[in-house]
Design a protein around this ligand. Structure first.
Ligand code: Z5A
Length: 239
């Protein structure tokens, strides 16, 4: 079994989102780092589970993580960020997500990559840009600098960005009986900014998928991208 560990103020106008590449801090290793991103109810968890099963069926060693979460510190930060009833400054919320990420990267993701495994993350840095910068309105350059501290500059080999209209995502969550966390309780204007931030994301390894399609079509589109990356990284490590 894989470790499936568990990640208004005036809004800035949606800008093209670019993520910087790994600065080389810390061991990167020979594994592949895949991330699934997108707004609530886009089908990220569903796709991550399917990808894990498919990769394992091909004999690959896979670690799945969900952000925020995945270590005792990250789980504690998740609880505070998403469940606490106390009001908090947006900056405090940012650093709870980043504290969770820093611990997960150092204690789970980098060791797995160094061991040549495939890591699949349900959310990563693009979530912080979409929710805390575009959603909350925190200054982008400052958040990006903090993100680099949290990740040591680690960036994914592939980021699949699932796109669904806000209403579709909300209806899927309602149908699944999901209890809303404090971010999901934000209004549609907030979630539309988040969606637009995802839609404008670009950069190395970022691929957009129309997730309002049936699950099979989403899986096929995702697999095409994942297979290309894992084939490349396997041949680099001589597997
Ligand atoms: N957050 C943040 O603000 N900043 C950060 O840096 C990070 C996170 C890392 C984490 O919530 C919250 O933290 C999140 C952002 C914030 N809050 N919001 N919004 P979470 O982990 O609890 O929840 P989530 O990431 O939003 O997951 P979700 O709502 O469960 O969505 P999902 O994983 O994308 O969807 P799903 O569970 O795979 O699918 C939902 C339902 O749709 C389910 O019944 C599926 O069977 C169904 N489904 C899936 N795909 C399809 C298709 N293609 N067709 C039809 N039905 C489908």
């Amino acid at each position: 079994m894989p470790a499936f560990t568990r990640a208004s103020k005036r809004a800035p106008r949606a800008r093209s989102l670019r993520l910087v590449r790994d600065s080389g801090l810390g061991p990167r290793g020979s594994g592949a780092f895949l991330v699934v991103e997108g707004p609530e109810g886009a089908g990220k968890s569903t796709l991550v589970k399917w990808l894990v099963a498919r990769l394992q069926a091909e004999g690959q060693r896979v670690v799945a993580v969900r952000e925020p979460g995945g270590t005792p510190i990250a789980e504690a930060a998740r609880k505070l960020a998403l469940k606490s009833r106390h009001d908090r400054a947006y900056g405090a919320e940012l650093f709870l997500f980043l504290a969770a990420r820093a611990d997960l990267v150092e204690r789970v993701i980098r060791p797995a990559l160094a061991d040549g495994q495939i890591v699949i993350a349900d959310r990563f840095g693009l979530s912080t840009i979409a929710y805390q910068v575009s959603g909350r309105g925190l200054p982008r350059a400052d958040v990006e600098a903090s993100l680099r501290v949290a990740t040591g500059g680690l960036t994914p080999d592939l980021t699949l960005v699932l796109d669904v209209p806000v209403a579709v995502g909300r209806e899927r969550q309602r149908h699944a009986g999901k209890v809303k966390d404090r971010i999901e309780r934000e209004n549609d204007t907030f979630h539309t900014r988040v969606r637009e931030a995802y839609r404008s994301a670009s950069g190395p390894g970022i691929v957009h998928i129309d997730a309002s399609q049936p699950k099979k079509a989403v899986q096929d589109a995702a697999w095409q991208e994942v297979a290309a990356v894992t084939t490349r990284t396997s041949s680099l490590r001589g597997a």
